[in-house]
Write a protein that binds this ligand. Structure first.
Ligand SMILES: Nc1ncnc2c1ncn2[C@@H]1O[C@H](COP(=O)(O)OP(=O)(O)OP(=O)(O)O)[C@@H](O)[C@H]1O
Length: 257
């Protein structure tokens, strides 16, 4: 595919006294599997929410596949799929009904929605639960049906906020397979995570975020540099390397109780 999938310039967001995103400039290449990594509270969710049109920035611009997210939201939303954090779904629909409804909202013909829904439910191992209400789905099943809904219209760019959190290894493998197939066709995946091993094994491009700023970005091998793993490079970049977590907890374990 080539080109730029997402261009972010001067992005800022403050919640009261808390600056969550402190002036981010970033270009994410199209056709790559991109990991947005950072410690808890780094600003990953806030950044992804602003990039996908869910949260208005205080300052800065975001373009997705050449369209300004805030000036041209309909163009952008037609081209992206989003699996947000704290996934809110229509709980009283079954998995299949949810996909049917999502497909119609996306303007797809009914027969096409049915065909795609059947295939996605099958590939994501949800066919047996398709008539169960979403409210009765487990965490992993919710992530999978959310992913199916995000993929249904075959978006150019897919944004996923912590897609593997709370997901067992079997479902994680299934999700991974679907995402790998999707990027192999030239589409772009941007996902946030703090699980470095996962990012290292899946992504070919990463951006490291800490305290609302980009600390490093580029091809995985470049960001990892000479470090033995992305985890070690990450700890250096966010300034946590060698921090002694047990230092002030001398009462914990052992002796006096
Ligand atoms: N709605 C809000 N109101 C107030 N503060 C917020 C709000 N949303 C985020 N923040 C603050 O902004 C900062 C960045 O939060 P954000 O959720 O973007 O981080 P994150 O990198 O996604 O973290 P995690 O990995 O823990 O989910 C944090 O300090 C958080 O407390």
């Amino acid at each position: 595919m080539g080109g730029v999938a997402v261009r972010v310039e001067g992005l800022w967001k403050r919640f009261g006294e808390q600056v969550a995103v402190a002036g981010i400039d970033l270009e994410l290449p199209a056709g790559r599997f991109i990991g947005l990594v950072g410690p808890n509270g780094a600003g990953k969710t806030t950044t992804l929410s602003m990039v996908t049109g869910l949260l208005r920035p205080d300052r800065g611009t975001v373009e997705v596949v050449g369209h300004d997210v805030w000036r041209d939201p309909a163009q952008v939303k037609a081209r992206i799929g989003v699996l947000p954090e704290g996934l809110r779904l229509f709980e009283r629909l079954s998995g299949r009904e949810l996909l049917g409804y999502t497909g119609r909202l996306r303007g797809l013909p009914g027969a096409e929605v049915d065909k795609r829904a059947t295939q996605l439910l099958d590939v994501l191992d949800l066919a047996g639960a398709q008539h169960k209400l979403v409210v009765d789905y487990s965490t992993g099943m919710r992530k999978k049906i959310g992913l199916a809904a995000a993929l249904l219209h075959n978006p150019e760019v897919l944004f996923l906020d912590e897609p593997f959190e709370g997901v067992d290894p079997v479902s994680a493998q299934t999700i991974r397979g679907v995402l790998e197939r999707y990027t192999a066709s030239g589409a772009t995946v941007v996902f946030s995570s703090h699980v470095m091993e996962l990012v290292e094994s899946l992504c070919d491009w990463v951006a490291v975020l800490a305290a609302g700023r980009i600390r490093a970005h580029g091809p995985l091998a470049e960001v990892r540099g000479d470090a033995p793993s992305l985890q070690r490079a990450f700890l250096e970049l966010v300034g946590a390397h060698g921090r002694d977590a047990g230092h002030d907890l001398d009462w914990l374990g052992g002796g006096d109780r």
